[in-house]
Design a binder for this molecule. Structure first.
Ligand code: NAD
Length: 516
Protein backbone atom coordinates (compact mmCIF):
# COMPACT_ATOMS: atom_id res chain seq x y z
CA UNK A 1 0.00 0.00 0.00
CA UNK A 2 1.72 3.15 -1.27
CA UNK A 3 -0.36 6.34 -1.51
CA UNK A 4 -1.31 6.87 -5.15
CA UNK A 5 0.28 10.28 -5.33
CA UNK A 6 3.79 8.88 -4.68
CA UNK A 7 4.44 8.02 -8.33
CA UNK A 8 7.79 7.24 -9.94
CA UNK A 9 7.46 10.48 -11.88
CA UNK A 10 7.01 12.51 -8.69
CA UNK A 11 9.97 10.81 -7.02
CA UNK A 12 12.16 11.41 -10.08
CA UNK A 13 11.14 15.08 -10.22
CA UNK A 14 11.79 15.66 -6.52
CA UNK A 15 15.14 13.86 -6.66
CA UNK A 16 16.37 16.26 -9.34
CA UNK A 17 16.85 18.69 -6.45
CA UNK A 18 19.50 16.46 -4.84
CA UNK A 19 23.15 17.35 -5.44
CA UNK A 20 24.47 13.87 -6.23
CA UNK A 21 26.86 12.66 -8.90
CA UNK A 22 27.70 9.17 -7.61
CA UNK A 23 25.02 7.37 -9.61
CA UNK A 24 24.30 5.36 -6.45
CA UNK A 25 21.03 5.38 -4.60
CA UNK A 26 19.41 4.35 -1.33
CA UNK A 27 16.12 2.48 -1.06
CA UNK A 28 13.69 3.93 1.48
CA UNK A 29 11.13 1.84 3.34
CA UNK A 30 7.35 2.03 3.11
CA UNK A 31 6.97 1.87 6.89
CA UNK A 32 3.43 0.49 7.05
CA UNK A 33 4.36 -2.53 4.90
CA UNK A 34 8.14 -2.90 5.16
CA UNK A 35 8.39 -2.83 1.34
CA UNK A 36 10.39 -0.40 -0.76
CA UNK A 37 8.98 3.09 -1.03
CA UNK A 38 11.42 4.95 -3.26
CA UNK A 39 15.00 5.22 -4.42
CA UNK A 40 16.84 8.43 -3.58
CA UNK A 41 20.28 9.48 -4.88
CA UNK A 42 23.43 9.23 -2.79
CA UNK A 43 25.69 12.29 -2.52
CA UNK A 44 29.43 12.17 -1.96
CA UNK A 45 31.60 14.52 0.13
CA UNK A 46 32.65 16.11 -3.17
CA UNK A 47 29.00 16.76 -4.03
CA UNK A 48 28.66 18.47 -0.64
CA UNK A 49 31.70 20.68 -1.26
CA UNK A 50 30.35 21.65 -4.69
CA UNK A 51 26.87 22.29 -3.29
CA UNK A 52 28.31 24.57 -0.60
CA UNK A 53 30.40 26.50 -3.15
CA UNK A 54 27.46 26.92 -5.52
CA UNK A 55 25.22 27.93 -2.61
CA UNK A 56 27.81 30.54 -1.68
CA UNK A 57 27.46 32.12 -5.13
CA UNK A 58 23.67 32.23 -4.84
CA UNK A 59 23.92 33.67 -1.33
CA UNK A 60 25.91 36.71 -2.48
CA UNK A 61 22.98 37.87 -4.59
CA UNK A 62 20.39 36.91 -1.97
CA UNK A 63 22.15 38.94 0.73
CA UNK A 64 21.56 42.04 -1.41
CA UNK A 65 17.79 41.45 -1.55
CA UNK A 66 16.04 43.57 1.09
CA UNK A 67 14.46 41.51 3.89
CA UNK A 68 11.05 42.96 2.98
CA UNK A 69 11.49 41.54 -0.53
CA UNK A 70 12.51 38.09 0.75
CA UNK A 71 9.39 37.67 2.89
CA UNK A 72 6.76 37.37 0.08
CA UNK A 73 8.43 34.15 -1.13
CA UNK A 74 7.79 32.55 2.25
CA UNK A 75 4.24 33.86 2.36
CA UNK A 76 3.60 32.20 -1.02
CA UNK A 77 5.22 29.03 0.38
CA UNK A 78 2.74 29.22 3.28
CA UNK A 79 -0.16 29.26 0.80
CA UNK A 80 1.29 26.42 -1.29
CA UNK A 81 1.83 24.32 1.81
CA UNK A 82 -1.79 24.74 2.83
CA UNK A 83 -2.86 23.84 -0.70
CA UNK A 84 -0.74 20.66 -0.81
CA UNK A 85 -1.20 19.46 2.77
CA UNK A 86 -2.91 16.18 1.87
CA UNK A 87 -0.11 15.06 -0.47
CA UNK A 88 2.49 15.99 2.10
CA UNK A 89 0.65 14.04 4.80
CA UNK A 90 0.63 10.97 2.54
CA UNK A 91 4.40 11.15 2.02
CA UNK A 92 5.08 11.83 5.69
CA UNK A 93 3.00 8.86 6.78
CA UNK A 94 4.57 6.52 4.22
CA UNK A 95 8.10 7.53 5.26
CA UNK A 96 7.62 7.64 9.04
CA UNK A 97 4.60 5.44 9.82
CA UNK A 98 3.08 8.15 12.00
CA UNK A 99 -0.66 8.63 12.32
CA UNK A 100 -2.28 11.25 10.11
CA UNK A 101 -3.18 13.28 13.21
CA UNK A 102 0.51 13.47 14.14
CA UNK A 103 1.49 14.19 10.55
CA UNK A 104 -0.96 17.11 10.46
CA UNK A 105 0.47 18.59 13.66
CA UNK A 106 3.93 18.27 12.15
CA UNK A 107 3.00 20.16 8.99
CA UNK A 108 1.46 22.95 11.07
CA UNK A 109 4.79 23.87 12.69
CA UNK A 110 6.48 25.50 9.66
CA UNK A 111 3.25 27.41 8.95
CA UNK A 112 3.59 29.03 12.38
CA UNK A 113 7.28 29.69 11.72
CA UNK A 114 6.58 31.48 8.44
CA UNK A 115 3.86 33.63 10.02
CA UNK A 116 6.08 34.57 12.95
CA UNK A 117 9.25 35.48 11.07
CA UNK A 118 7.36 37.21 8.24
CA UNK A 119 6.12 39.65 10.88
CA UNK A 120 9.24 39.91 13.03
CA UNK A 121 12.25 39.50 10.76
CA UNK A 122 12.29 42.92 9.05
CA UNK A 123 12.60 44.67 12.42
CA UNK A 124 14.98 42.13 13.98
CA UNK A 125 17.35 42.26 11.01
CA UNK A 126 17.24 46.03 10.51
CA UNK A 127 20.31 48.06 11.54
CA UNK A 128 20.00 49.04 15.21
CA UNK A 129 21.33 52.32 16.51
CA UNK A 130 23.51 51.67 19.62
CA UNK A 131 25.01 54.06 22.15
CA UNK A 132 28.36 55.23 20.80
CA UNK A 133 31.52 55.42 22.92
CA UNK A 134 30.96 59.13 23.67
CA UNK A 135 27.57 60.75 23.27
CA UNK A 136 27.47 63.06 20.29
CA UNK A 137 31.05 62.20 19.34
CA UNK A 138 30.68 58.60 18.14
CA UNK A 139 27.82 57.05 16.16
CA UNK A 140 27.43 53.28 16.51
CA UNK A 141 25.21 50.89 14.57
CA UNK A 142 24.71 47.15 15.00
CA UNK A 143 24.26 45.31 11.73
CA UNK A 144 23.13 41.72 11.25
CA UNK A 145 25.20 40.07 8.55
CA UNK A 146 24.19 36.62 7.27
CA UNK A 147 26.58 33.79 8.17
CA UNK A 148 26.82 32.71 4.52
CA UNK A 149 26.04 29.04 3.91
CA UNK A 150 24.16 27.32 6.73
CA UNK A 151 24.28 23.52 6.91
CA UNK A 152 21.12 21.98 8.33
CA UNK A 153 21.15 18.33 9.39
CA UNK A 154 17.88 16.73 10.48
CA UNK A 155 16.59 13.42 11.87
CA UNK A 156 13.78 11.14 10.70
CA UNK A 157 11.20 11.60 13.45
CA UNK A 158 9.81 15.05 12.57
CA UNK A 159 11.61 15.42 9.26
CA UNK A 160 9.43 18.10 7.73
CA UNK A 161 8.89 20.30 10.76
CA UNK A 162 12.50 20.24 11.93
CA UNK A 163 13.99 20.97 8.51
CA UNK A 164 11.65 23.84 7.70
CA UNK A 165 11.41 25.50 11.12
CA UNK A 166 15.20 25.79 10.95
CA UNK A 167 15.81 26.59 7.30
CA UNK A 168 13.09 29.26 6.94
CA UNK A 169 14.71 31.69 9.40
CA UNK A 170 18.16 30.87 7.96
CA UNK A 171 17.00 31.87 4.47
CA UNK A 172 15.05 34.91 5.68
CA UNK A 173 18.22 36.09 7.44
CA UNK A 174 19.97 36.16 4.06
CA UNK A 175 21.80 32.84 4.04
CA UNK A 176 21.95 29.97 1.60
CA UNK A 177 21.21 26.53 3.02
CA UNK A 178 22.63 23.08 2.34
CA UNK A 179 20.23 20.58 3.87
CA UNK A 180 20.86 16.96 4.77
CA UNK A 181 17.66 15.16 5.72
CA UNK A 182 17.75 11.65 7.09
CA UNK A 183 17.76 9.34 4.05
CA UNK A 184 14.58 7.52 5.07
CA UNK A 185 12.63 10.79 5.18
CA UNK A 186 14.19 12.58 2.23
CA UNK A 187 11.04 12.67 0.08
CA UNK A 188 8.86 14.76 2.37
CA UNK A 189 11.72 17.21 2.76
CA UNK A 190 12.23 17.36 -1.01
CA UNK A 191 8.49 17.94 -1.46
CA UNK A 192 8.76 21.03 0.77
CA UNK A 193 11.90 22.20 -1.03
CA UNK A 194 10.03 21.92 -4.32
CA UNK A 195 7.20 24.07 -2.93
CA UNK A 196 9.70 26.71 -1.81
CA UNK A 197 11.12 26.90 -5.32
CA UNK A 198 7.60 27.08 -6.74
CA UNK A 199 7.06 30.01 -4.36
CA UNK A 200 9.94 31.86 -6.04
CA UNK A 201 13.06 31.04 -4.02
CA UNK A 202 16.07 31.95 -6.22
CA UNK A 203 17.51 28.86 -7.88
CA UNK A 204 20.41 27.23 -6.08
CA UNK A 205 19.87 28.98 -2.75
CA UNK A 206 18.66 25.83 -1.02
CA UNK A 207 20.49 22.61 -1.85
CA UNK A 208 19.84 19.09 -0.67
CA UNK A 209 22.41 16.34 -0.15
CA UNK A 210 21.65 12.79 0.93
CA UNK A 211 23.90 10.18 2.49
CA UNK A 212 25.22 8.57 5.64
CA UNK A 213 25.64 11.00 8.51
CA UNK A 214 29.31 10.33 9.24
CA UNK A 215 30.14 10.87 5.54
CA UNK A 216 27.80 13.52 4.16
CA UNK A 217 26.90 15.17 7.47
CA UNK A 218 30.58 15.47 8.35
CA UNK A 219 31.31 17.00 4.93
CA UNK A 220 28.72 19.68 5.69
CA UNK A 221 30.28 20.49 9.06
CA UNK A 222 33.67 20.72 7.30
CA UNK A 223 32.53 23.23 4.67
CA UNK A 224 29.50 25.28 5.86
CA UNK A 225 29.74 28.57 7.76
CA UNK A 226 27.30 27.50 10.49
CA UNK A 227 25.54 24.25 11.35
CA UNK A 228 22.01 23.78 12.65
CA UNK A 229 21.76 20.21 13.87
CA UNK A 230 18.84 18.23 15.28
CA UNK A 231 19.43 14.66 16.39
CA UNK A 232 20.97 12.55 19.10
CA UNK A 233 23.22 13.84 21.86
CA UNK A 234 25.97 11.46 20.73
CA UNK A 235 26.09 12.95 17.22
CA UNK A 236 25.64 16.46 18.62
CA UNK A 237 28.85 16.12 20.61
CA UNK A 238 30.76 15.02 17.48
CA UNK A 239 29.41 17.96 15.50
CA UNK A 240 30.23 20.45 18.27
CA UNK A 241 33.82 19.14 18.45
CA UNK A 242 34.28 19.37 14.68
CA UNK A 243 32.67 22.80 14.46
CA UNK A 244 34.94 23.88 17.32
CA UNK A 245 38.01 22.90 15.30
CA UNK A 246 36.85 25.20 12.50
CA UNK A 247 35.64 27.89 14.91
CA UNK A 248 32.22 27.99 13.29
CA UNK A 249 29.04 28.24 15.31
CA UNK A 250 26.46 25.53 15.67
CA UNK A 251 23.12 25.02 17.33
CA UNK A 252 22.31 21.56 18.65
CA UNK A 253 18.78 20.33 19.35
CA UNK A 254 19.32 16.98 21.03
CA UNK A 255 17.69 14.21 23.03
CA UNK A 256 15.64 14.24 26.21
CA UNK A 257 14.29 12.10 29.03
CA UNK A 258 11.42 14.37 29.79
CA UNK A 259 9.45 14.46 33.03
CA UNK A 260 5.72 15.09 33.37
CA UNK A 261 4.58 16.16 36.85
CA UNK A 262 1.03 15.72 38.10
CA UNK A 263 0.78 17.84 41.25
CA UNK A 264 -1.60 17.18 44.14
CA UNK A 265 -3.98 19.90 42.92
CA UNK A 266 -4.06 18.79 39.28
CA UNK A 267 -7.26 18.42 37.31
CA UNK A 268 -6.80 14.68 36.83
CA UNK A 269 -8.88 14.18 33.65
CA UNK A 270 -7.00 17.10 32.07
CA UNK A 271 -3.66 15.63 33.14
CA UNK A 272 -4.64 12.25 31.70
CA UNK A 273 -5.71 13.73 28.36
CA UNK A 274 -2.51 15.80 28.17
CA UNK A 275 -0.31 12.85 29.11
CA UNK A 276 -1.84 10.51 26.52
CA UNK A 277 -1.51 13.12 23.80
CA UNK A 278 2.12 13.96 24.52
CA UNK A 279 3.53 10.56 25.56
CA UNK A 280 2.34 8.73 22.46
CA UNK A 281 2.68 11.43 19.79
CA UNK A 282 4.47 9.85 16.86
CA UNK A 283 4.61 6.64 18.92
CA UNK A 284 6.80 8.43 21.46
CA UNK A 285 9.46 9.16 18.83
CA UNK A 286 9.35 12.82 19.76
CA UNK A 287 12.25 14.53 21.51
CA UNK A 288 9.80 16.42 23.74
CA UNK A 289 7.67 13.38 24.72
CA UNK A 290 7.67 12.63 28.44
CA UNK A 291 8.93 9.17 29.35
CA UNK A 292 8.86 9.69 33.14
CA UNK A 293 5.61 10.56 34.93
CA UNK A 294 5.86 11.76 38.54
CA UNK A 295 2.41 11.70 40.14
CA UNK A 296 1.59 13.04 43.59
CA UNK A 297 0.38 10.31 45.91
CA UNK A 298 -2.89 12.20 46.57
CA UNK A 299 -4.00 11.73 42.94
CA UNK A 300 -1.86 8.72 42.00
CA UNK A 301 -4.52 5.99 42.03
CA UNK A 302 -7.08 8.13 40.23
CA UNK A 303 -4.53 9.20 37.60
CA UNK A 304 -3.24 5.68 36.94
CA UNK A 305 -6.73 4.20 36.62
CA UNK A 306 -7.91 6.86 34.15
CA UNK A 307 -4.59 6.89 32.25
CA UNK A 308 -4.68 3.12 31.71
CA UNK A 309 -8.29 3.27 30.55
CA UNK A 310 -7.33 5.86 27.92
CA UNK A 311 -4.15 4.11 26.80
CA UNK A 312 -5.77 0.70 26.40
CA UNK A 313 -8.52 2.35 24.33
CA UNK A 314 -6.12 3.86 21.79
CA UNK A 315 -6.63 2.82 18.20
CA UNK A 316 -3.43 1.64 16.50
CA UNK A 317 -3.62 1.41 12.73
CA UNK A 318 -1.77 1.81 9.46
CA UNK A 319 -4.37 4.21 8.12
CA UNK A 320 -4.08 7.10 5.69
CA UNK A 321 -7.00 8.82 7.40
CA UNK A 322 -7.67 10.29 10.85
CA UNK A 323 -8.95 7.04 12.41
CA UNK A 324 -5.69 6.03 14.14
CA UNK A 325 -4.63 7.48 17.49
CA UNK A 326 -1.14 6.08 17.08
CA UNK A 327 0.80 4.77 14.12
CA UNK A 328 3.93 2.70 13.79
CA UNK A 329 7.50 3.07 14.93
CA UNK A 330 9.63 4.18 11.98
CA UNK A 331 12.19 1.41 11.66
CA UNK A 332 13.37 -2.01 12.69
CA UNK A 333 16.12 -0.25 14.66
CA UNK A 334 13.55 1.64 16.75
CA UNK A 335 11.48 -1.49 17.24
CA UNK A 336 14.56 -3.30 18.56
CA UNK A 337 15.53 -0.39 20.83
CA UNK A 338 12.05 -0.17 22.35
CA UNK A 339 11.79 -3.93 22.77
CA UNK A 340 15.21 -4.01 24.46
CA UNK A 341 14.22 -1.34 26.97
CA UNK A 342 10.91 -2.99 27.86
CA UNK A 343 12.33 -6.51 28.11
CA UNK A 344 15.22 -5.26 30.24
CA UNK A 345 12.80 -3.51 32.60
CA UNK A 346 10.54 -6.57 32.78
CA UNK A 347 13.50 -8.85 33.53
CA UNK A 348 14.68 -6.55 36.32
CA UNK A 349 11.30 -6.41 38.06
CA UNK A 350 9.25 -3.64 36.44
CA UNK A 351 5.49 -4.12 36.22
CA UNK A 352 3.93 -3.76 32.76
CA UNK A 353 0.52 -2.18 33.41
CA UNK A 354 -0.44 -2.23 29.75
CA UNK A 355 1.24 -2.83 26.39
CA UNK A 356 4.73 -4.30 26.30
CA UNK A 357 4.67 -6.05 22.96
CA UNK A 358 5.07 -5.59 19.23
CA UNK A 359 2.01 -5.78 16.96
CA UNK A 360 3.32 -7.28 13.69
CA UNK A 361 -0.20 -8.00 12.44
CA UNK A 362 -0.70 -4.21 12.10
CA UNK A 363 2.63 -3.55 10.38
CA UNK A 364 6.25 -4.65 10.76
CA UNK A 365 7.28 -1.94 13.26
CA UNK A 366 4.14 -1.43 15.36
CA UNK A 367 4.56 -1.50 19.13
CA UNK A 368 1.84 -1.05 21.76
CA UNK A 369 1.65 2.03 23.97
CA UNK A 370 3.27 0.76 27.13
CA UNK A 371 2.96 1.85 30.75
CA UNK A 372 5.44 0.63 33.37
CA UNK A 373 5.73 1.01 37.12
CA UNK A 374 8.40 -0.14 39.58
CA UNK A 375 11.10 1.17 37.24
CA UNK A 376 14.42 1.46 39.09
CA UNK A 377 17.82 3.04 38.30
CA UNK A 378 19.44 -0.18 37.12
CA UNK A 379 16.95 -0.49 34.25
CA UNK A 380 17.85 0.90 30.81
CA UNK A 381 14.62 2.87 30.49
CA UNK A 382 15.10 4.62 33.85
CA UNK A 383 17.22 7.46 32.51
CA UNK A 384 18.13 6.57 28.91
CA UNK A 385 15.96 7.97 26.14
CA UNK A 386 13.77 5.11 24.86
CA UNK A 387 12.30 7.16 21.98
CA UNK A 388 9.21 4.98 21.79
CA UNK A 389 5.72 4.60 23.26
CA UNK A 390 6.99 3.61 26.70
CA UNK A 391 6.44 5.57 29.92
CA UNK A 392 7.17 4.81 33.54
CA UNK A 393 4.95 6.14 36.35
CA UNK A 394 6.46 7.06 39.71
CA UNK A 395 4.55 7.90 42.90
CA UNK A 396 5.94 10.98 44.69
CA UNK A 397 5.22 12.28 48.19
CA UNK A 398 5.50 16.02 47.51
CA UNK A 399 6.68 18.71 45.09
CA UNK A 400 10.26 18.56 46.30
CA UNK A 401 10.55 14.88 45.51
CA UNK A 402 8.90 15.40 42.11
CA UNK A 403 11.25 18.28 41.23
CA UNK A 404 14.39 16.49 42.44
CA UNK A 405 13.57 13.31 40.56
CA UNK A 406 12.56 15.25 37.43
CA UNK A 407 15.92 17.04 37.48
CA UNK A 408 17.95 13.89 38.22
CA UNK A 409 18.92 13.33 34.59
CA UNK A 410 21.70 14.50 32.30
CA UNK A 411 19.05 15.82 29.90
CA UNK A 412 17.07 19.07 30.12
CA UNK A 413 14.87 19.43 27.05
CA UNK A 414 11.20 19.56 28.00
CA UNK A 415 8.98 19.22 31.08
CA UNK A 416 5.24 19.33 31.75
CA UNK A 417 3.44 20.37 34.92
CA UNK A 418 -0.25 19.81 35.66
CA UNK A 419 -1.94 21.84 38.39
CA UNK A 420 -5.17 23.81 38.77
CA UNK A 421 -3.19 26.63 40.42
CA UNK A 422 -1.19 28.85 38.07
CA UNK A 423 1.05 30.15 40.85
CA UNK A 424 1.74 26.62 42.10
CA UNK A 425 2.57 25.36 38.61
CA UNK A 426 4.80 28.37 37.90
CA UNK A 427 6.65 27.91 41.18
CA UNK A 428 7.40 24.30 40.26
CA UNK A 429 8.24 25.20 36.63
CA UNK A 430 10.87 27.69 37.79
CA UNK A 431 12.71 24.89 39.61
CA UNK A 432 12.82 22.50 36.65
CA UNK A 433 16.03 22.35 34.63
CA UNK A 434 14.47 22.12 31.19
CA UNK A 435 14.58 24.46 28.20
CA UNK A 436 10.79 24.33 27.84
CA UNK A 437 8.14 23.82 30.52
CA UNK A 438 4.52 23.35 29.49
CA UNK A 439 1.80 24.00 32.06
CA UNK A 440 -1.35 21.89 31.72
CA UNK A 441 -0.08 20.59 28.37
CA UNK A 442 2.56 18.08 27.31
CA UNK A 443 4.61 19.85 24.66
CA UNK A 444 2.47 21.53 22.01
CA UNK A 445 2.01 24.93 23.66
CA UNK A 446 5.73 25.34 24.24
CA UNK A 447 6.71 24.17 20.76
CA UNK A 448 3.98 26.23 19.11
CA UNK A 449 4.83 29.49 20.89
CA UNK A 450 7.18 30.69 18.19
CA UNK A 451 7.90 34.02 19.89
CA UNK A 452 9.85 32.31 22.69
CA UNK A 453 13.18 30.56 22.13
CA UNK A 454 13.17 26.82 22.82
CA UNK A 455 15.92 24.26 23.11
CA UNK A 456 17.80 22.13 25.55
CA UNK A 457 19.67 22.64 28.80
CA UNK A 458 22.45 20.23 29.88
CA UNK A 459 22.95 17.32 27.42
CA UNK A 460 19.85 18.32 25.46
CA UNK A 461 21.55 20.94 23.42
CA UNK A 462 23.17 24.23 22.69
CA UNK A 463 21.43 27.30 21.29
CA UNK A 464 17.74 27.78 20.57
CA UNK A 465 15.24 27.64 17.73
CA UNK A 466 12.23 30.02 17.51
CA UNK A 467 12.04 33.55 18.87
CA UNK A 468 14.67 36.22 18.31
CA UNK A 469 17.51 33.78 18.94
CA UNK A 470 16.17 31.37 16.32
CA UNK A 471 16.73 34.03 13.67
CA UNK A 472 19.76 35.95 14.91
CA UNK A 473 21.84 32.80 15.40
CA UNK A 474 22.10 32.69 11.60
CA UNK A 475 23.75 36.12 11.56
CA UNK A 476 26.97 37.72 12.70
CA UNK A 477 26.57 40.88 14.74
CA UNK A 478 28.68 43.61 13.21
CA UNK A 479 29.49 46.79 15.12
CA UNK A 480 30.02 49.77 12.82
CA UNK A 481 31.20 52.81 14.76
CA UNK A 482 32.08 56.18 13.32
CA UNK A 483 33.85 58.96 15.18
CA UNK A 484 32.30 62.31 14.40
CA UNK A 485 35.25 64.34 15.79
CA UNK A 486 38.85 63.08 16.22
CA UNK A 487 38.39 61.61 19.68
CA UNK A 488 40.97 58.83 19.76
CA UNK A 489 43.73 60.64 17.86
CA UNK A 490 44.37 64.05 19.51
CA UNK A 491 45.87 66.75 17.30
CA UNK A 492 49.72 66.82 17.27
CA UNK A 493 49.83 70.35 18.81
CA UNK A 494 47.97 69.09 21.97
CA UNK A 495 50.32 67.75 24.69
CA UNK A 496 49.16 64.22 25.58
CA UNK A 497 48.87 65.12 29.29
CA UNK A 498 46.26 67.76 28.40
CA UNK A 499 44.40 65.22 26.28
CA UNK A 500 44.33 62.82 29.27
CA UNK A 501 43.00 65.61 31.53
CA UNK A 502 40.31 66.44 29.00
CA UNK A 503 39.29 62.81 28.63
CA UNK A 504 39.14 62.33 32.40
CA UNK A 505 36.86 65.36 32.74
CA UNK A 506 34.67 64.06 29.95
CA UNK A 507 34.44 60.57 31.50
CA UNK A 508 33.56 62.16 34.89
CA UNK A 509 30.92 64.34 33.29
CA UNK A 510 29.17 61.53 31.40
CA UNK A 511 29.21 59.38 34.56
CA UNK A 512 27.80 62.20 36.76
CA UNK A 513 25.11 63.08 34.27
CA UNK A 514 24.25 59.39 33.99
CA UNK A 515 24.57 59.45 30.19
CA UNK A 516 26.93 56.40 30.41
P1 NAD B 1 21.16 10.92 14.79
O1 NAD B 1 22.03 11.82 15.58
O2 NAD B 1 21.61 9.53 14.59
O3 NAD B 1 20.96 11.52 13.30
C1 NAD B 1 20.44 12.81 13.06
C2 NAD B 1 20.98 13.32 11.73
O4 NAD B 1 22.40 13.45 11.82
C3 NAD B 1 20.74 12.38 10.55
O5 NAD B 1 20.49 13.13 9.40
C4 NAD B 1 22.06 11.64 10.44
O6 NAD B 1 22.31 11.11 9.15
C5 NAD B 1 23.04 12.73 10.80
N1 NAD B 1 24.33 12.26 11.33
C6 NAD B 1 24.60 11.08 11.95
N2 NAD B 1 25.90 11.02 12.31
C7 NAD B 1 26.47 12.19 11.91
C8 NAD B 1 27.78 12.73 12.01
N3 NAD B 1 28.78 12.06 12.58
N4 NAD B 1 28.01 13.97 11.51
C9 NAD B 1 27.00 14.68 10.95
N5 NAD B 1 25.73 14.22 10.82
C10 NAD B 1 25.47 12.98 11.29
O7 NAD B 1 19.73 11.01 15.44
P2 NAD B 1 18.43 10.19 15.05
O8 NAD B 1 18.49 8.84 15.66
O9 NAD B 1 18.20 10.29 13.59
O10 NAD B 1 17.29 11.05 15.76
C11 NAD B 1 16.77 10.77 17.01
C12 NAD B 1 17.38 11.68 18.04
O11 NAD B 1 17.14 13.05 17.72
C13 NAD B 1 16.77 11.48 19.42
O12 NAD B 1 17.78 11.49 20.38
C14 NAD B 1 15.87 12.70 19.59
O13 NAD B 1 15.61 13.06 20.92
C15 NAD B 1 16.64 13.74 18.86
N6 NAD B 1 15.77 14.84 18.45
C16 NAD B 1 15.90 16.05 19.06
C17 NAD B 1 15.05 17.09 18.71
C18 NAD B 1 15.13 18.45 19.38
O14 NAD B 1 14.55 19.40 18.86
N7 NAD B 1 15.80 18.58 20.51
C19 NAD B 1 14.08 16.88 17.73
C20 NAD B 1 13.98 15.63 17.14
C21 NAD B 1 14.84 14.62 17.49
Amino acid sequence: MIPEMITDALVARLCERVSASTGDSFGTVNVFTGGTLAKVPRSSPRDVAEAVEAAREAQRLWANVAVEDRIPIFERFHGLLLGHTEELLDILQAETGKSRKDAFLEVSAPLVTVGYYARKAPKLLAPQRRQGMMPGLVKTTELRVPKGVVGIITPWNYPFALAFTDLIPALIAGNAVVLKPDTQTALCTLFGVDLLYQAGLPQGLLRVVIGDGPVVGTAIVDTADYVGFTGSTRTGREIAARAGQRLIGCSLELGGKNPLLVLADANVPQAVAGAVQTCFSNSGQLCMSPERLFVHTAVYDDFVQRFLAEVTGMNLAAAYDYSADMGSLTSQRQLEAVTRHVEDARAKGATVLTGGKARPELGPFFYEPTVLTDVTPEMLCYDNETFGPVVSIHRVADDTEAINRANATSYGLNASVFSKSTSHAELVAAQLKAGTVNINDGHVVGFGSADAPMGGMKDSGLGRRNGTEGLLKYTEAQNVSRQLVPLTTPPRWLPFGWYVKGMRSLLRLVRRTGIR
